[in-house]
Design a protein around this ligand. Structure first.
Ligand SMILES: Nc1ncnc2c1ncn2[C@@H]1O[C@H](COP(=O)(O)OP(=O)(O)OP(=O)(O)O)[C@@H](O)[C@H]1O
Ligand SMILES: [Mg+2]
Length: 254
């Protein structure tokens, strides 16, 4: 935690007009990404402190680091759940750092699939209905919805459990439904925040292996936070965070 002066208006304008040199192969690029939470008047938490990363299309990258180091905040900025204080986030070569709520909602529906630690399935809906939900929000046609639900439930190995409610599925199976749901609108990026956090080692390994298959077979770009070094090692590259910064990049040669 630190106390700092309020930013000046001209600083904001400077960041908005700044021209960054973009990598043509990147799906995700951040430049000097900073997120400051104002707790009370004059007291600020610098959750991200100048993060610059470049993730190529089709890359599988994990993020590790102690609790409070800024991992979820980084995913939230890249996933357009919230706007950064400073810096830029490019998704598919578009800067999303200054979008309004409506633009961010639209971008999330089309470009980003989320997978959470606690699955976040709708308990009263079946596996089929959970997977079709984002496509209904995105206004997809009935035919596309039907085709994609079947395709993605099949891909995660659950075609025989379409009519099951979440309470009638194991933890690993619920996470598979959540993965099918995240894939349903065929997003550019899959973002996973501790996807194996609630699972035992066997189910957790199955889930990460599934993510790796999707990464290889669909060329799906994946950004995954984990506390488990074994899980983190299954990605091609591991970013280590501390105090809102990337302190090390480890190539795992996967
Ligand atoms: N909405 C918020 N308001 C104020 N402070 C926040 C908010 N969200 C996160 N923080 C603070 O920002 C810092 C980074 O939090 P973040 O959730 O990104 O950490 P994390 O690395 O994901 O931790 P964990 O491993 O425990 O999930 C922490 O100090 C946290 O308390
Ligand atoms: Mg977190």
């Amino acid at each position: 935690m630190r106390i700092s002066k309020k930013r000046k208006e001209q600083d904001i304008a400077y960041y908005e007009v700044k021209d960054y040199e973009l990598d043509p192969d990147a799906m995700i690029e951040t430049f000097d990404l900073t997120k400051i939470y104002n707790i009370t008047e004059g007291i600020e938490i610098r959750a991200l402190n100048g993060v610059t990363i470049d993730i190529k299309t089709g890359e599988f990258v994990s993020v590790m680091g102690p609790s409070g180091s800024g991992k979820t905040t980084l995913l939230n900025m890249i996933g357009a759940l919230d706007n950064p204080t400073d810096g830029a986030v490019y998704i598919n070569r578009t800067n999303i750092a200054h979008m309004d709520d409506k633009q961010r909602t639209n971008l999330r529906l089309k470009e980003i699939g989320f997978i959470f630690q606690f699955y976040n399935l709708v308990p009263v809906l079946t596996a089929f209905e959970n997977v079709e939900l984002p496509m209904i929000f995105a206004g997809r046609t009935k035919q596309v919805i039907e085709k994609n639900v079947n395709k993605f439930l099949d891909l995660v190995g659950l075609s025989d459990k379409k009519d099951h409610l979440p309470s009638e599925l194991s933890g690993g199976e619920q996470q598979r439904v959540a993965i099918a749901r995240a894939l349903s609108n065929e997003p550019s990026i899959l973002i996973a925040d501790e996807p194996t956090g609630e699972l035992d080692t066997k189910m957790g390994t199955e889930i990460v292996n599934l993510l790796r298959e999707l990464n290889l077979e669909l060329n799906q770009t994946i950004l995954m936070v984990t506390h488990d070094p074994q899980v983190g090692n299954l990605a091609e590259r591991m970013l280590k965070m501390r105090d809102g910064k990337i302190i090390e990049t480890v190539i795992t040669n996967k």
